[in-house]
Design a protein around this ligand. Sequence first.
Ligand code: ATP
Ligand code: MG
Length: 367
Amino acid sequence: MILTRLSLSNVRNYAALEFAPAPGLNVLAGANAQGKSNLLEAIALLGTGKSFRTARESEVVTSGMPTAAIAGDAQVGAGMIRLSCTIALGATGTRKRYAVNGRNVRYATYLGKLRVVTFVPAHLQLVAGPPSLRRSLINTALAQESAGYYAALAAYGKHLVQKSALLRGVVESDDALLATYNERLIETGTRLILARRAFVAALDERARAVHQGWVGDADGTLELLYASNVPVEVPTEDAVAAAFTARLRTQRDSESQRGVCLVGPHRDDLEFRLGGRALAAFGSQGQQRTAVLALKVAEYGTLEARGGEAPILLLDDVLSELDRDRQRAFLHGVASVEQAFITTTGDVDVPSAATYRIVAAQLEAAG
Ligand code: ATP
Ligand code: MG
C-alpha cells in the first residue's frame, strides 16, 4: 500500500498541509516540536481511524478550532482509494466521521482499507508495561486485518460491559441473563482466542529470525508466547469453547464475589522470553528495546504475508533508541519496504530515501 496524497486541515499544529509522499522510505527530519510526530499520528489516524497518542481525540483538533480533517489517496491492491476522517468537537462530545471514496461509512467498514504498522517510543513499554498494552498491539493489528475480528472484538467488549454491570449489582442479579452473557462471551471470545493464537505464533517465528539476524545467539533466542487466559492444548473452536465454559464454571463464585469478569481473552497476555527467561524481569533496557523492534518488524512482515499487501510502516523516533550498528542494520531493513515514514531529529543515511524537513508545520523537500 502506498499513500500518494495526504491533506490536513486543523490537525494538531498543522493549519493546512498538502503532502505527496514518495514510495519507499520517507524521512521526516526536524528539530523538536515542529510537527514530525503529529504528521505520523495523522497518517495512522487516516488508516486506523484512531490516534496512537491519545484516547481523547479532541486533542487532535488544533487548539481553538472546531474540526480537524485528514484526507488522503492511497494505492492499494484493489486500486486507488480516497479516505477521509474528520473529528468535530460538539457540545455533546467529539464526533468522528469516516468516508471512503466520498461516501460516508461506518467505522467497521472504514477500518482496514489502509493498513499501518506503527512504532512510537511508548511501545518500548511493551515488554515490561501492563498487559493491556500488549493486547492492544494484537487487537490493532488483527482488527485492521480482519473485519470479522473487529466485529468479534466489539461484540465481546459489549457483552463484557453488560456482564460486569450484572456482577457489580448495577442491574439486578439474574442467572438466566448471566448465562446468556456467558454464552455470547464464549462465542465471540473463542474467535478472538483462535485468531490471537495463530497471530502470535506467526509473530514468534518472524521476531525470532529478525532478532537473531540483529544480535546473533549471544543473548539466546527471543520467544513470544501467547499467555491465554483460557489455555487449550489443541486450538480448535470446540476445544476453546469447552475450556472457556469449564473455566467460567470454576470461577463463577469468584466472579460474583468480586464483581469482576475474571475469565476470557480480555485477560490475555503476550510474554517475551529471551534465552528461556522472562524478558520483563531479567532483560536489560537494550535487550527489551531490541525485542520490541523485532516484534514490530515481525508484525509488519506478518501482516504483509497474510494480507498479500504491505502495510505502511510508521516509525517515530526509532533511531534514537539504537546504537550506530543497529541503526544501520535497521535502516537497511526498512529501505526496501513499499512505503515507510520515519522521523528523526538528526540525519538518516539512506541514499534512496526521500527526505523532508519540517519546520513549524511546514514541509519542505530536502532531497
Ligand atoms: P519531537 O522531536 O520533540 O518529538 P515533534 O516534531 O515530533 O517533536 P510534535 O509532537 O509533532 O513534535 O508536536 C509539534 C507541536 O504541536 C508541539 O509544539 C505541540 O505542542 C503542538 N500541538 C500538539 N497538539 C496540538 C493541538 N491540538 N493544537 C495545536 N498545537 C498542538
Ligand atoms: Mg516527536
